[in-house]
Design a protein around this ligand. Structure first.
Ligand SMILES: [Zn+2]
Length: 413
């Protein structure tokens, strides 16, 4: 077999294309291998619309970055004609080794997509010796195509949560299908609050779904989400995720601790001790801090004890038992808080808890697991790391899809 044939095989070249020439440019570091592709003079080419073989009208030179050949960067160059089809006029011929408009070969793009699932895009760019901006274009293309193919028309239950893009103030809201065990993300949009719920409803309609079929929505306690769900998904019951209940009280305890620390010295280890709780306290110091907090009249200790009562509610086996425990919890907590100004963040958390109690208790009737949204947090972190230096929100959204959406085969032609 001749070298030309081996290269042609590796590139998937088919009639009328063939390898015309190869040349190693040793002046460049790393060296560049250039493969020149073309066809015989007078060859006919298929019209990209109808496939009819037509004569070339004119030619233009194109270059595509291909997979490295050992340590050498490899480029394909080719004169690609426009044909003149009697029916469709003058059109650029499509080549079998690259997508129209791309500066990379399909094989190169496949490798990029495989790597993008495993490592930061900036790292891939260094590795293959190109810019991350160019790689993002490729990744955005394949992910968008796959999301286009995704069927969500049967959606009956979804969860939503928001997360910050970077350290700034830009947010994205993520929607997950609660009936998908793996890769549950079906829609991500910039922003937060009720506008995002409307956008998701519109998206669902475009994808052939029916908002009236949605019977359950899991969200946090933000009033704007709850109201927007009621407006756009009329049959849906809103469940407040237990994870968000814990988060609400954890934040309140932290506020109490900060305020109290400004007034008096707290036991060493308090911060992480109250965060982790007695069952998971990691160090001796943390455990001792909890003991000391409970022994003396620290506001932080009271706040912590209130938060810990949530575990007792969660362990309830029926909705009725949970309701009874929640009522007891509210009374107990109010009594503990009294009029202590340091504990006002706890009082505020309690008001939210009471206001959303029905939605919180709905989890005992729900057939969807409530651990889903909690799992999303790890995912956001992974997406942020993978998209390091991702330049814009669109890239961040693409990375979330790539990691957690049911994309299926990315290379469907
Ligand atoms: Zn045609």
């Amino acid at each position: 077999m001749r070298t030309e044939d081996i290269f042609a095989l590796g590139l998937g070249l088919a009639q009328p294309w063939k390898l015309l020439n190869q040349r190693l440019d040793t002046e460049k570091i790393p060296h560049e291998l250039h493969l020149e592709i073309g066809a015989d003079r007078g060859t006919g080419y298929p019209c990209p619309r109808c496939g009819k073989t037509c004569k070339a009208h004119d030619f233009q030179d194109f270059t595509w970055r291909h997979l490295n050949f050992f340590q050498h960067h490899c480029y394909l160059t080719g004169r690609v004609p426009r044909i003149e089809c009697p029916e469709h006029g003058i059109r650029r011929v499509e080549v079998p080794w690259a997508r129209p408009g791309s500066n990379f070969t399909l094989l190169f793009e496949q490798v990029v997509m495989t790597l993008a699932r495993e490592m930061p895009v900036a790292t891939i760019a260094d590795f293959v010796g190109t810019t991350d901006k160019r790689l993002w274009r490729v990744i955005n293309h394949y992910v968008a195509e796959a999301m286009q193919r995704l069927d969500i028309s049967g959606l009956e239950a979804f969860g939503l949560d928001e997360t910050a893009c970077k350290r700034g103030h830009r947010y994205v809201t993520i929607f997950i299908d609660l009936d998908r065990e793996e890769r549950p993300v079906i829609f991500v949009t910039e922003g937060k609050g009720k506008e995002t719920v409307r956008r998701f409803r519109d998206h669902l309609l475009v994808k052939g779904g029916q908002p009236e079929r949605v019977l359950e929505v899991v969200s946090d306690m933000s009033g704007s989400f709850v109201a927007a769900v009621g407006e756009h998904f009329p049959k849906a019951e809103v469940t407040v995720d237990w994870f968000h209940v814990v988060q609400l009280f954890t934040k309140a305890v932290e506020e109490v601790r900060k305020a109290e620390a400004r007034e008096r010295a707290l036991p060493k280890g308090t911060r992480w001790g109250v965060l982790k709780g007695r069952e998971t306290a990691k160090t001796q110091t943390q455990a001792e801090a909890l003991q000391e907090l409970e022994g003396e009249a620290f506001a932080t200790g009271i706040a912590y004890r209130i938060k810990e009562q949530l575990r007792w509610i969660r362990r309830a086996e029926t909705g009725q038992a949970a309701k009874w425990r929640a009522t007891n919890f509210l009374n107990y907590a109010r009594e503990q808080i009294g009029c202590e100004p340091l504990l006002s963040p706890m009082a505020k958390a309690l008001r939210s808890f009471e206001k959303h109690l029905d939605r919180i208790l709905f989890r005992w009737r729900s057939w969807h697991t409530n651990a889903r949204l909690e799992g999303l947090n790890g995912l956001f972190q992974a997406a942020r790391a993978r998209a390091r230096g991702y330049r814009n929100v669109a890239n961040f959204i693409t990375m979330i899809y790539l990691i957690a959406a049911p994309l299926g085969d990315l290379f469907v032609m």
